[in-house]
Design a protein around this ligand. Structure first.
Ligand code: ARG
Length: 466
């Protein structure tokens, strides 16, 4: 009797070498089936491509291949409909599927693992999973970008204060502000595309670590699975998870950008700002304070950035001490990776829906832009255009701001004679410059906040997204 068959246990596939069954606690500690069952569809895809290649190479018979294909179709159906019997006795998704296959089709199932190891198998599964995850996330990033562009177009001329140090700096348009996030998410998308290129290579063929003595055709398997090529070194293929780390790093930046936007939405929704409202379906109330409406979605998104950063550090740490080639440590790559994909998918999907629902209060934005002498730089530029050196203009305007502050008024409310006391160059046309519209319209170069430029940026964005 093989070890593990005592006490009604199902013996592990590798039990022949062992004198006693693995301790119950060790079984639970080492099993990954509780989470890696999520890889099942990719595991089946990889196995089918491997089996077809073995049959083409004459290592498997046509009958064996037909049996494997039939068995895998049954298993895929069982998994899809929740009828598959997952058991911790199977340790991981790879053993579970192989055992079921053998139960269904007999010896052909036992021949599937020829020329392969779980090491190159799991590395392949994780790459296939992540490739699908990246494609879904890239699509959702586009959806969020589209929502930003639509809102930006509607608010291409809506004035708001632009901030530095969270102090009113210069007027900008809300559309321009939103398009800043469009740019950030565009770079995020290109980072993911780049990461996808590097991960899209086939590990299978590396077997346990050194390759295999069977006459395999790795290019064929790569083609069938949609990989761009094969991993060039078997030791590297089974052991490095740098593609996963790279993905989580790109994901951490996505969450950084979403978190910044979230922070702004939370601020803008505060009654102190009153710039935007979120529809009730994106907010929740308080159990004690009846008047409260809390921006839970952006707050949670800001918080969830933290867990993705944690996964990045976790994966880097997982990798750094591992000697070549495969080590069981790598089994710990899955949960952080799955959670990162889930966090991004959920967060981006909810933002794509929520952004079109943002209700803007242009009056509050404009009133805030009119406070804090936001057009002081425009006055300095006006003086420079009349021949004053910029440093002197800066000084003259600073004195004018002080005078306005002392009276509790804005620069535009100071009478012409008083303004001329700070600089003789000032003429009656200065009031056009001190107005918000004039200030906005004057930043009329590519990348500037002028409404016409925001519409240009929107046009370019639409062409990019098309
Ligand atoms: N469950 C394992 C993992 O996730 C599969 C590979 C196991 N390989 C091994 N040599 N024990 O990494």
């Amino acid at each position: 009797m093989a070890a593990g068959e005592e006490k009604g246990h199902v013996a592990p596939i590798w039990s022949g070498r062992f004198d006693e069954p693995v301790a119950e606690r060790v079984k639970r500690y080492t099993a990954s089936i509780g989470f890696d069952r999520r890889l099942a569809e990719f595991d089946i895809q990889g196995s089918l491509a491997h089996a077809r290649m073995l049959a083409a190479a004459g290592v498997l018979t046509g009958d064996d291949l037909a049996a494997i294909e039939r068995g895998m179709a049954t298993i895929a159906g069982e998994i899809r409909t929740g009828r598959f019997a997952w058991s911790i006795d199977d340790e991981d998704v790879h053993f579970a599927i192989e055992r079921r296959l053998t139960a269904l089709v007999g010896d052909a199932g036992k021949r599937l693992h020829t020329g392969r190891s779980r090491n190159d198998q799991v590395a392949t599964d994780v790459r296939l999973f992540l490739r699908a995850g990246i494609d879904e996330i890239a699509g959702l990033l586009r959806a969020v970008q589209r929502a930003l562009v639509d809102l930006a177009e509607r608010h291409a001329a809506t004035a708001m204060p632009g901030f530095t140090h969270l102090q009113v700096a210069q007027p900008v348009t809300f559309g321009h502000h939103l398009m800043a996030y469009y740019e950030m998410l565009g770079r995020d998308r290109s980072r993911l595309t780049d990461c996808r290129k590097r991960l899209n290579r086939l590990p299978l063929g590396a077997a346990a670590l050194a390759g295999t003595s069977y006459p395999i055709d790795r290019e064929r398997v790569a083609r069938e699975l949609g990989f761009n090529g094969v991993c060039e070194n078997s030791l590297d293929a089974v052991s490095d998870r740098d593609f996963a780390i790279e993905f989580v790093a790109a994901a951490a930046l996505v969450m950084t950008h979403i978190s910044r936007l979230s922070e702004e939405i939370v601020l803008w929704m505060s009654p102190r700002f009153g710039f935007v409202r979120l529809p009730d379906r994106y907010c929740t109330g308080s159990s004690i304070m009846p008047q409260k409406k809390n921006p839970d979605v952006p707050e949670l998104a800001r918080g969830k950035a933290g867990r993705v950063f944690g996964h990045l550090v976790g994966l880097l740490t997982l990798m750094k001490g591992q000697p070549l080639a495969y080590n069981k440590d790598n089994q710990e790559d899955k949960e952080p990776l799955f959670d990162t994909v889930d966090t991004l998918v959920d967060t981006l999907a909810i933002f794509a829906e929520m952004i079109p629902g943002i209700e803007v209060n242009p009056e509050r934005m404009r009133a805030a832009a009119a406070e804090g002498h936001a057009t002081a730089t425009d006055l300095a530029d006006y003086l420079v255009k009349r021949g004053m050196p910029f440093r002197d203009a800066h000084e003259a305007v600073a004195r004018a701001v002080r005078a306005a502050e002392a009276k509790g008024s804005g620069l535009a409310e100071l009478p012409l004679a008083e303004l001329q006391g700070f600089a003789r160059e000032i003429g009656a046309d200065v009031y056009g410059v001190l107005g918000i519209e004039g200030s906005l319209a004057s930043r009329a170069h590519r990348g500037g906040t002028a409404p016409a430029q925001v519409l240009e940026a929107v046009r370019r964005a639409r062409a990019e997204l098309a």
